[in-house]
Design a binder for this molecule. Structure first.
Ligand SMILES: NC(=O)C1=CN([C@@H]2O[C@H](COP(=O)(O)OP(=O)(O)OC[C@H]3O[C@@H](n4cnc5c(N)ncnc54)[C@H](OP(=O)(O)O)[C@@H]3O)[C@@H](O)[C@H]2O)C=CC1
Ligand SMILES: O=C(CO)COP(=O)(O)O
Length: 376
């Protein structure tokens, strides 16, 4: 964000009529934040029983059953009813469902409407970020994202939480940043406990949210398999480097990755079994077969699906992301966890940062040199 953007102090008008697409844990939590900020909120659920229960009991019995929801939040299964009159739309369905949902609601979203995608992931077939998928379907909308270290339940319970609102800035946004969709949405979502930040680096923000899930699976696997804390710290730090490389290759900025949607979310998800990604990794690391994880219940684990799309994208961009590759090989190619993490630790020695362009032989070769008496 340049000085021109920071220097504006003109009044910003909040959005006041929210449509939230997806009544899972995160859609419900965001709808709750918007309603607590005083806005009209319509939440689009898939299941009539969920919508009916939210309206009757002010609770979402399927996803956040112990969290009271504020008045002013209305649920419906009718997309037209959810979207009519909305001046901002939040998209919060799992990544695999995002394109189909965008296509379904396309006729109901007027041109120019700001749409913030709160889903974390990359589409497998196209390698598109979630905002790009939605923009591809809603050609005339302004599409951005909200992302950060935000467990849904904690957010809905009103624990202090911070997130980044990101939209690419147009020329008009740069001239009047206070009036940009990012600024208006950040203001609208800001409450005494939900703190928002503004970014104009949509790619950097979304790469953070997608890649951290795969790194969290890695951290979970090492935890479940009995590796130590040192290993986790190394995975988090080197995982952040993988985010930076990928963000930069796609035109994002490295510094964005050090913010809430990168380092923040990585820290949260890699440190807590509340994370479904970390939790899947722990269970797999403990040797539980995939079909028995989460007691066999279907659970949204974005990093599992997205390991495929992220690795594919990185290979196409010629970016090296060995931690994500390791997770991919375990999840999708049947690699052994102990062996795969062992291989990660015997990769060639390189510079930190990578700009220090040094690559030495791997540690096994170094040991061989010593045994051959060729060391000094
Ligand atoms: N939970 C969290 O803490 C956070 C989640 N996110 C992100 O938000 C996104 C959604 O996750 P979350 O809300 O947690 O997921 P949940 O599992 O809690 O809810 C998923 C929601 O999507 C609906 N859904 C599932 N499949 C489809 C489909 N094919 N078409 C339409 N709707 C569908 C479900 O409906 P039904 O109940 O009828 O199956 C449900 O309403 C993910 O990308 C996640 O990474 C981001 C930040 C925090
Ligand atoms: O993205 C999240 C927190 O920011 C939620 O993480 P999980 O999807 O791993 O539960």
């Amino acid at each position: 964000m340049n000085e021109e953007l920071q220097s504006h102090r003109l009044p910003t008008l909040p959005y006041t009529r929210f449509a939230v697409i997806g009544a899972g844990a995160w859609g419900t939590a965001l709808a709750s934040v918007a309603a607590q900020a005083g806005h009209q909120v319509r939440l689009l659920a898939r299941d009539p029983e969920v919508a009916e229960a939210i309206n009757r009991t002010s609770r979402n019995p399927r996803y956040l059953d112990d969290v009271p929801l504020p008045a002013g939040l209305q649920a419906t299964t009718d997309a037209a009813e959810a979207l009519v009159g909305a001046d901002v739309v939040l998209f919060v369905v799992p990544s695999v469902a995002t394109r189909a949902m965008a296509r379904q609601v396309r006729p109901l979203i007027p041109a120019g409407t700001p749409v913030a995608v709160c889903t974390k992931g990359i589409e497998p077939s196209s390698g598109m970020l979630m905002s790009q998928v939605v923009a591809d379907e809603l050609r005339d909308a302004r599409v951005g994202a909200i992302s950060g270290p935000t467990f849904a339940r904690e957010t809905a319970l009103g624990h202090y939480t911070a997130a980044t609102v990101a939209f690419d800035f147009t020329h008009a946004d740069r001239l009047a940043p206070h009036d940009s969709p990012a600024a208006r949405l950040a203001l609208s979502m800001s409450t005494g406990f939900f703190k928002t930040y503004i970014s104009d680096d949509l790619v950097g923000v979304e790469i953070g949210g997608a890649v951290k899930n795969v790194v969290a699976i890695a951290c979970g696997m090492m935890t479940g398999a009995g590796f130590a804390e040192n290993t986790r710290a190394a995975l988090i730090t080197r995982g952040m480097d993988e985010m930076k490389q990928l963000a930069e290759a796609l035109g994002g900025r490295r510094e964005t990755v050090t913010g809430l949607a990168g380092a923040g979310d990585l820290t949260l998800t890699c440190s807590s079994r509340t994370s479904r990604n970390m939790s899947l990794g722990v269970q797999l690391g403990q040797g539980i077969p995939r079909e028995k994880c989460f007691d066999g219940k279907p659970v949204v684990v974005e990093g599992e699906v997205n390991a495929v799309s992220i690795v594919d994208l990185a290979r196409r961009l010629n970016v090296s992301i060995p931690i994500c590759e390791t997770v991919y090989s375990i999840l999708h190619e049947g690699a052994d966890i102990g062996q795969a993490f062992g291989d990660l630790w015997t990769r060639p020695i390189q510079g930190e940062p990578r700009a220090l362009d040094i690559r030495l032989s791997n540690p096994a070769q170094a040991r061989q040199l010593v045994m051959d008496g060729r060391g000094t």
